[in-house]
Design a protein. Structure first.
Ligand SMILES: Cc1ncc(COP(=O)(O)O)c(C=O)c1O
Length: 416
């Protein structure tokens, strides 16, 4: 493994043999590999023949010497599912969902945590700490347990109960904070400084993004399979539910790496950031033409993963949106829950509210003509609805008396 760590703003190189957080300029550090040498060693054909059933199939562009070093629970290699042309989905010819709820701990956060905890373990870390909106906490708990590390999580007190319970059950020290994830982040940083824990905050640690970028690699392989093509392919449009933006930035990094490897050309999908109306710093900054996004005031949304009022990677996301000729939009909490229901009823996908948000956004962009009927569109469903059971409603359950002879008549009325 030969990795250089480069500041995403200044390009200044930092020592990869030391534990690193943000760069000296206070910005995310990005891992750089010797892709020109790797080009001679690996190819899509070689990777296709591999038998690793996880994202570590791409281990040459991940922070390990061999896949055996990975702290893994089988993350990645999630399905790219085709949407059936049914009901509101009828307007799309090629709409696909990369379903990240198939990951261990049921969200894409597993990818980032697998990579970050692999690297932390190799560097001798024994305790990790992080702020989380919920899913990252569950994933960190599981991978820390796998690595035999202690894990401390700082979550807003209104974090989905399922996330809190899975972390508690997995042995993490759960800290419920009376504030937003940004407040959790500050508290976590202060605790790490005082107690010597390793801060796993997203993008403030260089390797969570490395795990998440594998979504971009996989997508290119998945789409080639979908189109029965031997060459790797990218869609026309990608919609991504954005909080801290690590997934979006990671995928974009993967596309650049694949181009340097000679696997894809310079074409890129139009990237779409989707946020909640009550917490939309990137959407606001994008439409104002800004290059950074200030703290969004009074942030609120039921989609916990989107409740991120300020992101350290703001300037990178805004650059990606403009370079890709993409866009950014908001949906309301009511709409995103409607999206969850439509994905479940018409497609059989039981998605997180964040996934519901991007479906609604896709439909609106299609109605506005921004997405054309014949374009290939990929929605990233980042998590599973079961983590959000507290938000789901059950209004159509029938109470049946198995002793009552009129029961089947009642059933006939309900299910004509
Ligand atoms: C289900 C879900 N989707 C999306 C996000 C936002 O992800 P990112 O930080 O990569 O923007 C989160 C973050 O917690 C999440 O849990």
């Amino acid at each position: 493994m030969h990795i250089a760590l480069e500041c995403s703003l200044t390009g200044e190189v930092h020592d990869p043999t030391q534990l690193q957080g943000l760069s000296r300029a206070g910005k995310p550090l990005l891992a750089r590999y010797d892709l020109n040498s790797l080009k001679k060693q690996i190819s899509p054909e070689i990777l296709r023949r591999r038998t690793e059933r996880s994202m570590w199939r791409f281990h040459e562009v991940l922070p390990v010497n061999s896949p055996g070093e990975a702290v893994s629970l089988g993350e990645g290699l999630t399905p790219l599912l085709t949407c059936k042309p049914r009901g509101p989905f009828n307007d799309f010819r090629d709409l696909l969902v990369k379903d990240e709820s198939f990951n261990p701990t049921q969200s894409f956060k597993a990818r980032g945590m697998s990579a970050a905890i692999t690297r932390a373990a190799a560097m001798g870390v024994t305790t990790v700490a992080l702020p989380s909106a919920g899913n990252a906490a569950g994933a960190a708990t599981a991978y820390a347990a796998r690595a035999g590390m202690k894990c401390i999580i700082f979550v807003p007190e209104d974090t989905p109960p399922a996330n809190i319970l899975e972390s508690a059950c997995g042995g993490a020290q759960v800290c419920l904070v009376n504030g937003l994830i940004s407040d959790c982040g500050r508290l976590c940083r202060a605790a790490c400084d005082r107690f010597g824990w390793f801060d796993l905050s997203t993008l403030k640690e260089p390797f969570r993004i490395e795990g998440k970028k594998t979504m971009g690699y996989e997508l290119a392989f998945d789409l080639a399979d979908h189109r029965c093509s031997s060459s790797l392919q990218l869609p026309d449009v990608i919609l991504y539910p954005t909080g801290g933006g690590t997934g979006l930035i990671g995928m974009w990094k993967a596309f650049d790496e694949m181009e340097t490897l000679g696997w894809i050309g310079p074409e890129r999908p139009r990237m779409v950031v989707v946020q909640a109306e009550g917490c939309a710093p990137i959407v606001k900054a994008f439409h104002e033409g800004a290059t950074s996004a200030p703290m969004f005031p009074h942030a609120h949304t039921i989609a916990a993963g989107l409740r991120v009022p300020a992101a350290v990677g703001d300037f990178i996301m805004l650059d990606i949106l403009r370079t890709s000729r993409g866009t950014a939009m908001t949906v309301t909490d009511g709409e995103l829950m409607q999206g969850v229901e439509e994905l479940a009823r018409y497609q059989g996908f039981h998605c997180a509210p964040e996934g519901g948000a991007i479906w609604i956004a896709a439909r609106r962009l299609k109605d506005a003509g921004w997405i054309r009927h014949d374009e290939t569109v990929v929605l990233f469903n980042t998590g599973a609805a079961v983590k959000y059971n507290h938000l789901l409603k059950c209004e159509n359950a029938l109470k049946l008396d198995h002793n009552d002879p009129r029961t089947l008549d009642a059933l006939a009325l309900a299910c004509p």
